[in-house]
Design a protein around this ligand. Structure first.
Ligand SMILES: *[C@@H]1O[C@H](CO)[C@@H](O)[C@H](O)[C@H]1NC(C)=O
Ligand SMILES: *[C@@H]1O[C@H](CO)[C@@H](O)[C@H](O)[C@H]1NC(C)=O
Ligand SMILES: *[C@@H]1O[C@H](CO)[C@@H](O)[C@H](O)[C@H]1NC(C)=O
Ligand SMILES: *[C@@H]1O[C@H](CO)[C@@H](O)[C@H](O)[C@H]1NC(C)=O
Ligand SMILES: *[C@@H]1O[C@H](CO)[C@@H](O)[C@H](O)[C@H]1NC(C)=O
Ligand SMILES: *[C@@H]1O[C@H](CO)[C@@H](O)[C@H](O)[C@H]1NC(C)=O
Length: 672
C-alpha cells in the first residue's frame, strides 16, 4: 500500500458520520448524546433538565451492536479541579428510570428518494429540574458500550446578583436586518442632497452591537430556537424552544431550560408581558414560556403559558401579566384550541381582563392581568390597517370565531404601538417596585419578507420604529426611562437588499422580460427616494416617520438572496398581501411556479430554492442589537445570540449563588 493510499485509508476511518442535510440527532454526532451538549453555558442557578441517550442504529451506515443500545450506561460530572461524581449524587436526586424508544431518519436525499430510512433503537434517561450554582467549568461524561465516552464541557457563567435595571423592554423585529432598516429609513425619512432631515428612532440609540444567530446544529436558524436562545441562553434546534430536542417521539419530554421570565418571576417576582403582531402562540412570543421541540403545538403552548408548565415558580403568580396579539383560534373553542376548550374562559377564570378589539384594549385598567386577542391568525399589517384599509374587510379573522356560522373580518384592530403602550402601563402598575419585563415583537417584518412583499415588511419595520419612539417618550413621561433597559434586536435575517431604483411606468410599457429589466436603474440611475414626496391628490395621513407616497412611479429595486420563481414589477400590492409563487395546472401541487396573477406586467425572476418552496427563507447574516439604559455598554461589540440572555440576566441580577431564594421571605424552595 502506497503512502498516499494508507493516509487516505486512515482519514476515511476517522471520518465522523455526521449528517448534513439530515441529522440523526443535532449536537449528537456520536452514538452517545448528552443534552445540554458540549459548549453549553448556564446562568448560575438556572433550572434545566439533563437528557442522556445511547443510540444503537439497526441499519444504515452506522449500524452497531445488532441494534441493541447499552442500557447500563453511566453519567458523571466533574467541576474543574474537583472530584468526579455520579449525576444523581452531585444533584442530590434519585436515579431516574430507564426509557426506551426507536426512531428513524434519512441519511441523505438519496436515501429519502429510495425510501430507505435508517432505524435507531435508543436507551435514555432524563435528570430533571437541576441547577448549578457555582460558576466554573464542568465536564459531564457519558460512558457506554464498555469504553465509549461522550463528553460535554459546560460553563456556568460568572455570578451577578445585583439588580441594575428595574425594567427591561426587549423589542424584536422578527427577521429584521440592517439592510431592511436602511431601506425603511429611505422610504420613511426625507433626505436632501444625501443628508437625512429626520432619522429613525433606532438611529438614535447610543449603543449598537451585532449578534450571530446560528442554531445549535444548523447555521441558518428559525424563529423558535433563535427566540429561545435570546430568552434562555441556550441554543437549540430548528422548530424547538425552551428545550434541547431529543430523539423521543413525544414533543413535550425534551430536556427543558428555564427562560428569562421564568427566572425573573422566581427570583424577583416581577411582572412580565408579551406583545406581538403575530398570533400569540407564534414562535417569538410563545418561546418565553413554551417548552417543546415543536413550535407547531400552538394550543398546548398556550396552555403551557397560562399554567407555567415547568412549575419552576413558587409564587402564586402564573402566566403573563399582559398578553396582547393575534391567534384567536387557540382561544375560542374549536379544533385549534388545546383539547377543544375555551381559553378565553380559562384566562378569565384565572383573573384576566379579556379584550378583543382596540376600543376595549384602550379602556383596560392598569391593575388587572390582561389578555388581548384581536383577530384570528396574525394581525393584518400596518399598510393594510393604515393605508389600504379596504383590504381589512377581505380577512376572515373575527377574534370571536364564527358568528352565526360565518367568520367575518376583525375591523377594530390595534397596532403594535397601542398594544405596547398599554402593556407598559399595566406592567408598570402590576410590577410596582419589583419592575417588569416586556417583549414586544414586530412580527410581520419577517412574515411579509417571506412572501417578498417588501412594502408590507418595511411598513411594519417603520411601525416598530414608531413604537420604540413612543415607548421611550412614555417611559419618560411616567418617570421610568432611567430605570429601563431598552433593547431592539432581531432573531435572524433574510437576504434582502435594495440595489437601485425602478421606473415602473417604463417597465410596464415594455413587452418582453429582457426589455423590462432595462427599467432597473443602478448607481447614478437609481435616483432619490420618491416615497417622501407627496403624490398629487393623495393624503395618507399616517403621520411623520412613514412614507407620504407608497405608490410612486420610481420605486426601490429590491430583491432577495433566496426566492421561489416569481414575477417582479417592484410596485406596492394594493389589493392585499402578495402571493409570489403558486401551483399551476398540469404540474404537481408541490411543483411551484411564478404566480401568473402576481405583477402581470413584470418580468420573471427564476428562483434559487427547491421548487416546492412558495416563499423566501431566512439567511445567514448577523443582526443588529440597539441598546439604551442601564447596562447599555455591555451590548456593544459582536457576540452570539445567547449572550443577549446573559447580558439581560446580569443586568437584572438573576444569577443565584445557592438553592435558597433568600429574597421572598416565607417561600421555601425545597430540593431543586
Ligand atoms: C453495569 O456497569 C457497572 C459499572 O459501571 C458494572 O459494575 C455492572 O456489572 C454492569 N452491569 C451489567 C448488567 O452489565
Ligand atoms: C432499515 O430497516 C427498515 C425496517 O426494516 C427498512 O424500512 C429500511 O429501508 C432499512 N434502511 C436501510 C438503510 O437499510
Ligand atoms: C408545583 O410545585 C409545587 C411545589 O413544588 C407543588 O406543590 C404543586 O403541586 C406543583 N404544581 C403542579 C401543577 O405541578
Ligand atoms: C369591542 O369589544 C367589546 C367587549 O369586549 C364589545 O362590547 C364591543 O362591541 C366590541 N366592539 C366592536 C367594534 O366589535
Ligand atoms: C394607566 O397608567 C397611565 C400611565 O401612568 C395613566 O395615564 C392612566 O390614566 C392609567 N389608567 C388608569 C385607568 O388608571
Ligand atoms: C423560470 O420560471 C418560469 C416561470 O415560473 C418557468 O416557466 C421556467 O421553467 C423557469 N426556468 C427554469 C430554468 O427553472
Amino acid at each position: 500500500m502506497g503512502k498516499v493510499a494508507s493516509l487516505a485509508a486512515l482519514a476515511a476511518s476517522l471520518v465522523l458520520v455526521a449528517g448534513q442535510t439530515y441529522q440523526r440527532l443535532g449536537a449528537c454526532p456520536s452514538l452517545g448524546c448528552v443534552l445540554p451538549p458540549d459548549q453549553s453555558d448556564f446562568l448560575p442557578g438556572q433550572y434545566f433538565d439533563l437528557r442522556v441517550e445511547v443510540h444503537a442504529p439497526v441499519n444504515g451506515s452506522e449500524a452497531y451492536n445488532n441494534g441493541k443500545p447499552d442500557e447500563n450506561f453511566s453519567v458523571t460530572i466533574t467541576k474543574k479541579g474537583g472530584k468526579t461524581k455520579g449525576i444523581a449524587e452531585f444533584f442530590h436526586i434519585k436515579e431516574p428510570k430507564l426509557e426506551k424508544w426507536d426512531f428513524s431518519w434519512y441519511e441523505d436525499l438519496f436515501a429519502e428518494d429510495a425510501g430507505t430510512p435508517s432505524v435507531v433503537n435508543v436507551a435514555a434517561k432524563a435528570y430533571r429540574r437541576l441547577a448549578i450554582y457555582e460558576p466554573g467549568t464542568y465536564t459531564v461524561e457519558l460512558s457506554y458500550y464498555g469504553g465509549k465516552k461522550t463528553r460535554a464541557e459546560w460553563v456556568v457563567r460568572p455570578l451577578a446578583t445585583k439588580k441594575r435595571a428595574k425594567n427591561v423592554i426587549l423589542f424584536i423585529g422578527d427577521g429584521m436586518t440592517t439592510n431592511m432598516i436602511t431601506a425603511a429609513r429611505l422610504i420613511g425619512h426625507k433626505s436632501i442632497n444625501g443628508k437625512y432631515q429626520s432619522l429613525l428612532q433606532l438611529d438614535k440609540f447610543p449603543v449598537l452591537g451585532h449578534q450571530m444567530t446560528h442554531s445549535l446544529d444548523s447555521y441558518i436558524t428559525d424563529s423558535a430556537n433563535s427566540a429561545s436562545a435570546l430568552y434562555s441562553g441556550h441554543k437549540s434546534t430548528v422548530n424547538a424552544m425552551g428545550v434541547y430536542a431529543d430523539s423521543s417521539p413525544d414533543p413535550f419530554d425534551d430536556p427543558k431550560v428555564e427562560t428569562i421570565v421564568e427566572i425573573l418571576r422566581r427570583v424577583w417576582d416581577s411582572a412580565w408581558g408579551a406583545v406581538s403582531t403575530a398570533q400569540i402562540a407564534d414562535a417569538t412570543p410563545i418561546a418565553l414560556t413554551g417548552h417543546s421541540r415543536s413550535r407547531y403545538q400552538y394550543g398546548a403552548l398556550v396552555d403551557q403559558a397560562l399554567n407555567s408548565v415547568t412549575n419552576y415558580t413558587w409564587t402564586n403568580q402564573k402566566g403573563p401579566d399582559v398578553w396582547f396579539g393575534g391567534g384567536a383560534e387557540q382561544f375560542y373553542p374549536g379544533k385549534d384550541s388545546y383539547k377543544g376548550e375555551d381559553y378565553y374562559a380559562k384566562f378569565a377564570a384565572a383573573g384576566y381582563d379579556i379584550s378583543l378589539n382596540k376600543t376595549s384594549l384602550l379602556e383596560l385598567g392598569n391593575s388587572s392581568k390582561a389578555l388581548g386577542i384581536f383577530c384570528r391568525s396574525h394581525l393584518p399589517v400596518w399598510l393594510d390597517r393604515n393605508v389600504y384599509k379596504d383590504n381589512l374587510a377581505d380577512f376572515t379573522n373575527d377574534p370571536r370565531g364564527a358568528q352565526g356560522g360565518k367568520q367575518g373580518p376583525a375591523l377594530d384592530l390595534p397596532g403594535l404601538k397601542e398594544m405596547t403602550l398599554k402593556a407598559v402601563d399595566i406592567l408598570h402598575k402590576r410590577g410596582g417596585d419589583k419592575g417588569f419585563f416586556l417583549m414586544s415583537e414586530g412580527a410581520s417584518i419577517d412574515k411579509q419578507m417571506h412572501s417578498l412583499d417588501y412594502d408590507r415588511a418595511l411598513g411594519d419595520l417603520l411601525e416598530l420604529d414608531d413604537t420604540v419612539r413612543a415607548t421611550i417618550a412614555h417611559l419618560k413621561a411616567i418617570g421610568e426611562l432611567e430605570n429601563t433597559l431598552v433593547i431592539v434586536t432581531a432573531d435572524h435575517g433574510h437576504g434582502f437588499d435594495v440595489f437601485g431604483g425602478v421606473d415602473t411606468k417604463y417597465l410596464s410599457a415594455q413587452s418582453t422580460n429582457r426589455a423590462k429589466r432595462r427599467a432597473v436603474g443602478v448607481y447614478q440611475n437609481s435616483g432619490i427616494s420618491q416615497y417622501t414626496t407627496p403624490a398629487e391628490g393623495v393624503s395618507y395621513n399616517t403621520g411623520a416617520h412613514f412614507p407620504v407616497n407608497w405608490d410612486p412611479r420610481y420605486t426601490l429595486a429590491q430583491g432577495f438572496g433566496a426566492s421561489p420563481d416569481h414575477r417582479e414589477n417592484f410596485r406596492v400590492h394594493k389589493d392585499g398581501p402578495r402571493v409570489p409563487a403558486t401551483e399551476i395546472d398540469g404540474f404537481d401541487e408541490d411543483d411551484l411556479f411564478a404566480n401568473p396573477e402576481d405583477n402581470v406586467d413584470g418580468f420573471v425572476v427564476n428562483g434559487t430554492l427547491s421548487t416546492d418552496e412558495s416563499q423566501g427563507v431566512h439567511s445567514l447574516t448577523d443582526v443588529p442589537v440597539f441598546a439604551m439604559g442601564p447596562c447599555q455598554d455591555s451590548f456593544g461589540g459582536v457576540y452570539g445570540n445567547i449572550d443577549i440572555f446573559y447580558k439581560i440576566a446580569n443586568c437584572l441580577g438573576l444569577g443565584r449563588p445557592n438553592a435558597k431564594p433568600g429574597i421572598l421571605p416565607g417561600h421555601g424552595h425545597g430540593k431543586y
